[in-house]
Design a protein around this ligand. Sequence first.
Ligand SMILES: Cc1cc2nc3c(=O)[nH]c(=O)nc-3n(C[C@H](O)[C@H](O)[C@H](O)COP(=O)(O)OP(=O)(O)OC[C@H]3O[C@@H](n4cnc5c(N)ncnc54)[C@H](O)[C@@H]3O)c2cc1C
Length: 355
Amino acid sequence: MKEFNYIIIGGGCAGLSLAYELEIHKKLENKTLAIIEPRPEYKKDKTWSFWKVATHNFDDCVKKSWKNFSINMQSKTKYIECDNFPYQTIDSGLFYEKINKKLKENKNISFYKNIKDININNAFIFNSIPSLKTDNDNLWQHFYGIEIETNDNFFDDNIFNLMDFNCEQKGCVHFFYTLPFEKKRALVETTWLSKINDDSIKDYDIQIRDYIKNQLNIKKYKINYKEEGAIPLFYSSNIREKNKINIGTAGCMTRLSTGYTFLNIQEHSKYIRENIENISSAQIFKIAKKYQFLDKIFLRVLEKHPEKMPNIFFKMFNTSSNTVIKFLSNKSNVFDDLAIIARMPKWIFMKSIFK
Ligand SMILES: Cc1cc2nc3c(=O)[nH]c(=O)nc-3n(C[C@H](O)[C@H](O)[C@H](O)COP(=O)(O)OP(=O)(O)OC[C@H]3O[C@@H](n4cnc5c(N)ncnc54)[C@H](O)[C@@H]3O)c2cc1C
């Protein structure tokens, strides 16, 4: 069986981002790489969005970028500018196409459907298959979205809606998220932060249909695309082995309070590329300790007081947009952190420190 210098298990966001980073920096001219990916074909399956607080290789896969967003709760709406850190949405279809086209140019890179087809003994492995506990005690971010097209101009495509809490909460945290790509086309998503993984929150089609009809006031539309997923708001086991490093969700790259992962994946791909010659001593990715601590408290509050979360999110955005975006994107300084902490309800957060 064939041997390789490097093996990437899982050719999804993290696996392909890393392969691309290595390829464009010519780290695979004299090294071989096998990518293990079982999917029969690549097609658009996700839209990755984030505030652009760092550079990445995929600006040409950006479907749309916004400099304004809003948050709604009950009768209040907050409008926020994000000129310094535009919010970008990456089309995974364009991302897969761009990367696969580039990787095919290098004969040292091969794709396999199953790891059993190759010899793994002497390779360095980058693994993106998480080992997650799926018991009922963990929080997940569940979501389901549809991209709709209307006959008439309906959306203001200069502003996206990050969270609309005007919906049934069912003892969880529930909001709608709308990304208007054009005046007639938008992704509308129903999002639940919950331990519950059952049908009581999964009548997604009905939730979205009612939201579009009653809140957005759109009567006629067609559906172009659907996406469904769940992001674990807890970490996969991430043990560093001599010849193996975890990447992506498996590498604990998700910010637990938000689910944002894409830019962390890009940052760590860059780090691996910079250290590839000495990969056996490279570090695993770690979200800074202060965010791990604050997110833990935040998620405890969310579990115990889901009904308070719309107001807490609303208050969090009551500070300068740069501050809150940097905080949510792991780029805040101590002054930003203090500004966010000052807006949180002190007593509830204090109590949650001690459980
Ligand atoms: C629907 C969805 C939307 C998201 N949106 C955002 C967002 O807007 N912003 C953001 O920052 N984050 C987002 N995330 C979180 C995160 O960015 C993504 O989950 C991202 O795809 C994680 O990359 P990954 O490589 O770890 O996992 P994946 O992209 O899921 O890649 C894992 C790959 O492994 C393959 N695989 C599975 N089993 C095996 C096996 N046994 N052997 C080999 N390969 C296998 C899969 O086919 C897949 O291609 C989203 C997540 C989901 C699920």
